[in-house]
Design a protein around this ligand. Structure first.
Ligand code: SF4
Length: 379
């Protein structure tokens, strides 16, 4: 009989009944926007018209804007603007600047966008520091052009060519920098088409995206050719229960990860943002055990982990405090280290001692509890 699994510190790893990870099927969480608008330019694209048809089939009226500019999302107060923007979906053509891809280390060689914005309400949301203006969800009508434009970047990656551990991935393309794909897939079908595009692309390439939703049913059975790695963004219970409003439960995300892995997709964990909350070793240990139960018995499992600690910038803090004035999220400059990011921008990260402690723990515990999992990076 094989020995019971042990954590790096030697204690027996708590094993979970799989039914706790994959509870009885319940409908996946699906967002219904209160208002859907489309710009005139979106009508020129077949995919734009497909998205409109999808909305109408769900009984949502699509409002045709007179110009290619979004109007009517500002309310009387910041709260009202936030609420209106978060419940609006706009079908638009992607800004021309987005068609020149940017490198996106350490996640992937290149970033491309099929949408911008997300209907969920995470109190630490990454979009707060990246997007300007009211947080409307914009979905892109020019999908066919966006996908066709990727071919020019094949073989030009820097991450996958330099890092031996990732060479088998080919040129990597990240499609979730400014949005959450599974929050929007039922309204757009965009990521399904991207999976098929990469599946038919006979070259060493990989599509990547990460999500906090669980609506994966329509991805099962697609001809993905193992060229799409879906990562489920997960966190320990004190963080996910209190700070990830409007997302799917972690147990449901892990059940989704299992479904994709069983369908032959390479899968992954984005453990983010890692926070040294009280009792973090216990809480993150339970999370890793839940993951272990979720992937148990999956044949040819290809599982990776990306480990991202919490950080904030003066700009993201200001936006987040506007969105979530009563947040309990710790954003105390005094207890953090100042770092200079790209273009000299200041960001606040955990001090070196805390970082080393967290990193050492995650590396040891992932090796012990999820031995087949490859860690792609820590940041
Ligand atoms: Fe932001 Fe991601 Fe949460 Fe959406 S799911 S609100 S993009 S952190």
């Amino acid at each position: 009989t094989p020995a019971a699994p042990h954590s790096a510190s030697g204690e027996a790893v708590r094993t979970f009944d799989l039914s706790a990870v994959a509870p009885p099927a319940r409908p996946a969480r699906r967002w219904t926007p209160r208002r859907v608008v489309a710009t005139p330019a979106a009508y020129d694209h077949p995919h734009g018209r497909r998205i409109m048809a999808l909305a109408e089939a769900r009984g949502i009226e699509v409002e045709r804007l007179r110009a290619n500019r979004l109007t009517g999302v500002r309310g009387e107060t910041d709260r009202e603007t936030y609420a209106r923007a978060k419940s609006t979906m706009a079908i638009v053509v992607s800004p021309p600047a987005r068609r020149t891809l940017q490198p996106i280390a350490p996640s992937a060689d290149w970033r491309f966008d099929l949408a911008e914005g997300c209907p969920a309400h995470c109190q630490y949301c990454y979009l707060a520091g990246s997007l300007s203006g009211p947080p409307v969800t914009r979905v892109y009508a020019d999908l066919d052009d966006i996908l066709a434009g990727l071919a020019a970047y094949e073989g030009r990656g820097t991450i996958t060519s330099r890092r031996a551990a990732r060479r088998d991935e080919g040129t990597t393309f990240e499609a979730s920098c400014y949005t959450d794909p599974l929050a929007l897939e039922h309204l757009t079908g965009s990521w399904r088409r991207a999976v098929e595009h990469f599946g038919a692309w006979d070259a060493p390439v990989q599509l990547r995206w990460t999500t906090k939703f669980d609506d994966v049913g329509t991805f099962v059975g697609l001809p993905h050719a193992r060229r799409t790695r879906v990562r489920l963004s997960v966190n320990c219970a004190p963080v996910s229960d209190r700070m990830e409003g409007g997302t799917s439960r972690v147990a449901d995300r892990l059940a989704a990860l299992r479904k994709l892995a069983l369908d032959g997709y390479p899968v992954g964990l984005t453990i983010a943002p890692i926070m040294p909350v009280e009792g973090w070793r216990t809480h993150y240990g339970l999370l890793l055990d839940q993951v272990a139960a979720a992937v148990e018995g999956v044949p040819e499992l290809d599982l990776t982990a990306e480990l991202i600690t919490h950080r904030f910038t003066p700009g993201s803090k200001e936006v987040l405090l506007g969105w979530y004035p009563r947040t309990k999220l710790e954003m105390d400059e005094e207890s953090r280290s100042r770092k200079h990011g790209k273009f000299g921008a200041v960001k606040y990260v955990y001090p070196a001692g805390t970082m080393a402690e967290l990193r050492g723990w995650f590396e040891a515990e992932i090796a012990a509890r999820l031995p087949s999992c490859r860690i792609l990076y820590w940041t």
